[in-house]
Design a protein around this ligand. Structure first.
Ligand code: NFS
Ligand code: SF4
Length: 646
């Protein structure tokens, strides 16, 4: 049967929005054309002598008033985005560390340190990395000490972040040699902002070294702390079934949508939505029950831990409200469009902000009371129920896709090797014998452009057709889940024969969803485990692996890109890296940087070209390892896709 493009839900709601005279990001992206100087990366506004803008034609002759050339300007802009991205991920991690400490100390009620074997495993593992003795300590004591160690790493001034020790020895040696091991998370962000201000660092290569130190403080610091501590508090994801796309909203139930990034409140909302007295209240208003759904990375967090359905990714946040079925959308931090305010005003939806860091015009602020978060969650659910009778016309697209998600590094390990001999050996063996060509991490955001097929799924389909196993996070993962790539059956439909056989034997989809964007730290650990398992070289840079962010929006994506590059990964980005006006700087990040990092950025405009670069890189690595070359590349074009879909 022909599969409908998952974007038809979007088409339907964009039309409804137009009928309702509502403007969304899909309209605004037509109205606003990107500023060319932003794309060149050569507009500098870091001091009041400027803004200084240097057009490509004058790149050689023209400089900023202070004398800065295009390469310094582009490097500063690029590095400042990396600092901002690191700050966002890491500030999230700081909240999780505070929550862990306060929960263990009994100061915050509602959360608990679970007494499960999974929690014990994670507590011992993290305690080991921090050098915390575990003998005769309760789970709570261990959690408190881990939280204190983690929190201290934000303000640490000297030394090395502890999780750096988890990287392959060869990688650590490279970082030490370059002097880029992060000392403290906040310190690296601050130093990068300092160095890229007016009149400090003017050597783009040196700027990118500090950018690497800062990005590593994200990947192997803030993000990894977030992932590990959330796993302790809320559980390590394991494979779970979920449903994705706007059709998860229900006409006859209360729809509460959680949106943002920190699962600290949404974990409590998951509990509150199951409260019998609140379900009764919902019924008394004429609803059949309470339907919780997610948007963006909060969705990813609740999906991979609880199978909570996902209403959509970044570009669909306004469209969820356009359905007329969302009784409240509750947001915390990051990736929340200001456009939500004006869209919500046209429907009955209450927009509820919960963090002192994020307030929206027209939003209702119900601040998370950390001391009794469950009470805040119940208040929000109650508020949502009370709004149900105010609904007007409802149009919910009939589009939902099934997905199997929750592939943390631990669950991949377990799926591959079984409970008694959990290991990456089957993965490495299948790469060595050529059934799996290599591994790709595909991450990133989705843009509000009307397209028949997303760049994420176009890219991923081509990778798996060429027997590359794909691991995903973020909105990129949600995009591919919507396209039906995350079911075990997808292996037969889309993957190459050899990869499909491996997926069938192990019982996994060819595309593994491992969580939110902070969970890219899980991919770093998975790559490290592949090195440790043996047979594929001594460093991440030697693995037949590549990374890709086929579309990006937030500065967080550049922080992720640069920590992958600094960890030795060949990392392809599209659709634009905002450096095109600075030739020497671009050449440096695309190739010169390989000399020191053994990883680099790459750019390609289309999914097919991105896949090509990644597959060529994987084949080069296979050759260097003495593994046999792959058969001819399968070009997965539109015609072939249609044939499969018929
Ligand atoms: Ni990542 Fe997640 Fe989505 Fe992009 Fe935003 S939600 S942290 S930044 S848009 S993937
Ligand atoms: Fe212009 Fe230099 Fe100031 Fe930038 S730092 S705005 S290039 S004078």
């Amino acid at each position: 049967m022909a599969q409908q493009p998952s974007s038809s839900a979007n088409f339907q709601l964009i039309e409804k929005a137009h009928e309702d005279s509502v403007q969304t990001a899909f309209d605004r992206s037509e109205a606003i054309k990107p500023c060319p100087f932003g794309e060149y990366g050569t507009c500098c506004k870091i001091c009041a002598l400027g803004p200084c803008r240097i057009p490509p034609k004058q790149a050689e002759s023209l400089r900023g008033i202070c004398g800065a050339d295009v390469n310094t300007i582009a490097a500063r802009n690029f590095a400042r985005m990396i600092a901002a991205g690191t700050a966002a991920h890491s500030d999230h991690g700081r909240e999780v560390a505070r929550t862990l400490i306060a929960t263990a100390g009994g100061e915050f009620t509602g959360y608990e340190i679970p007494e499960t074997p999974q929690a014990e495993y994670k507590l011992r593992l993290v305690a080991g990395v921090y050098g915390i003795p575990t003998e005769n300590k309760s789970f709570t004591e261990l959690a408190a000490e881990i939280g204190e160690h983690a929190l201290a790493e934000f303000g640490q001034q000297e030394g090395e972040l502890a999780f750096i020790k988890r990287a392959p020895a060869k990688r650590q040696a490279i970082w030490r040699e370059l002097g880029i091991i992060p000392r403290g998370i906040d310190r690296e962000v601050v130093e990068l902002l300092h160095r890229t201000g007016m009149g400090t660092d003017q050597d783009y290569q040196n700027i990118m070294l500090q950018a690497a130190r800062c990005a590593l403080a994200d990947g192997w610091g803030g993000s990894m702390i977030t992932t590990e501590l959330q796993d302790i508090l809320f559980g390590t994801p394991k494979p779970v079934r979920g449903k994705v796309n706007l059709g998860v909203l229900k006409e006859d139930e209360i729809n509460l949508v959680v949106h943002g990034h920190e699962p600290i409140l949404s974990e409590m909302i998951v509990l509150a939505a199951q409260d019998p007295s609140l379900i009764e209240l919902a019924k008394s208003k004429g609803a059949k029950g309470i339907n919780l759904a997610g948007i963006c990375c909060t969705a990813n967090e609740t999906l991979v831990r609880h199978g909570v359905p996902v209403a959509g990714c970044y570009s669909q946040q306004e469209l969820a409200i356009v359905t007329g079925a969302v009784d409240a959308m509750v947001v915390d931090v990051q990736c929340i469009m200001q456009g939500l305010s004006s869209v919500a005003q046209c429907y009955h939806t209450d927009l509820i902000t919960t963090s002192p860091k994020t307030k929206l015009p027209g939003g209702i602020h119900i601040e998370l009371d950390e001391h009794q978060p469950l009470e805040t969650a119940k208040e929000i659910v109650r508020h949502t129920i009370e709004n149900f009778p105010n609904r007007g016309k409802v149009v919910i697209p009939d589009e939902v896709t099934d997905a199997v998600v929750g592939f943390s590094h631990e669950s991949i390990n377990y799926m591959l090797g079984g409970s008694f001999r959990a290991s990456y050996s089957p993965l490495n063996q299948n790469i060595i014998n050529g059934r799996i060509l290599g591994v790709a991490g595909v991450v990133g955001c989705d843009r509000p452009y009307v397209r028949e097929e997303s760049v994420h799924s176009a890219l991923v389909k081509e990778l798996i057709a060429n027997n590359v196993l794909v691991v995903q996070t973020g909105c990129s993962a949600l995009g591919c889940a919507k396209e039906g790539l995350m079911t075990p059956e997808a292996a037969f439909e889309f993957a190459g024969k050899e990869l499909a056989e491996v997926c069938e034997a192990v019982g996994i989809p060819p595309v593994l969803h491992s969580g939110a964007c902070v969970d890219n730290s899980r991919i770093l650990i998975a790559l490290t485990e592949m090195v440790r398992e043996g047979g594929l070289g001594d460093d991440i840079s030697e693995l037949p692996a590549a990374g890709c962010c086929p579309d990006w929006i937030h500065e967080k994506a550049l922080a992720i890109g640069h920590y992958f590059v600094a960890s030795g990964v060949y990392t392809v980005f599209g659709p634009s890296l905002q450096t095109t006006g600075a030739e020497a700087f671009s050449d440096f990040i695309y190739s010169g940087i390989t000399e020191t990092m053994q990883g680099s950025w790459a750019y390609a405009p289309t999914p097919g070209e991105m896949a090509g670069l990644m597959i060529d890189h994987i084949n080069r690595r296979r050759k260097a390892l003495g593994l046999e070359a792959q058969q001819e590349r399968v070009l997965f074009d539109m015609a072939m896709r249609r044939e499969i879909e018929v």
